[in-house]
Design a protein. Structure first.
Length: 189
């Protein structure tokens, strides 16, 4: 496949995304911001990199002035390596996100879980705990969505069986979401 063919493949897969799901994610993030709630973002591998980047863009990329007092509070739970390795060693890797949520999350916060397959055990455990503790959950997935698509409160799904391209489309979606949120917050500053 040459690059032109790949771009067509990428664009065709992107066009299949439900725009209402994107709008819903934007609304939920803005609701968390307005209610002074924390947004937690989780993922593994490439999705962990996307989680870190998205959380950073939410927290820093939406700031228009350095003295701005009201800000989006977003944290990637993939970034605290000492905490993750301690939990992985002492309790098990399947609990690394759930245990961090138990420490930091409060009722009404927002959890964004990114999983290409939708079946990562640590993602599923975190969603289950969040759902049972009144944390709003968004699953961002690929492939058929896996278990994640069926157990979270809200979905943003890329129906594609190609992990590299799913992760790339997720990144595209995250950048679009940041642009839209920044534009919407412009009127408040």
């Amino acid at each position: 496949m040459d690059f032109t063919a790949y771009l067509k493949y990428f664009n065709d897969a992107s066009k299949a995304i439900n725009p209402k799901e994107i709008d819903n994610v934007i609304s939920l993030i803005l609701q968390a911001y307005k209610n002074d709630k924390t947004i937690f973002v989780i993922g593994n591998g490439g999705s962990a990199a996307n989680a870190s980047h998205f959380a950073q863009d939410l927290s820093k990329g939406t700031i228009k002035t350095i003295n701005q007092t009201k800000r989006i509070k977003a944290l990637s739970l993939t970034d605290n390596l000492p905490f993750i390795s301690a939990l992985g060693n002492d309790i098990g890797f399947d609990s690394i996100f759930e245990q961090q949520l138990r420490t930091f999350a409060k009722e009404g916060d927002l959890l964004i879980a990114i999983s290409g397959s939708g079946n990562s055990k640590n993602i599923i455990k975190a969603i289950e705990w969040a759902n049972s503790n009144n944390i709003i959950t968004i699953g961002i997935s690929g492939y058929d969505g896996g278990l994640l698509k069926n157990i979270n409160n809200h979905n943003l799904h890329v129906d594609l069986n190609d992990m590299c391209t799913v992760e790339s489309i997720h990144s595209l979606l995250f950048h679009f979401i940041i642009i839209e949120i920044t534009n919407k917050l412009q009127n408040e500053i």
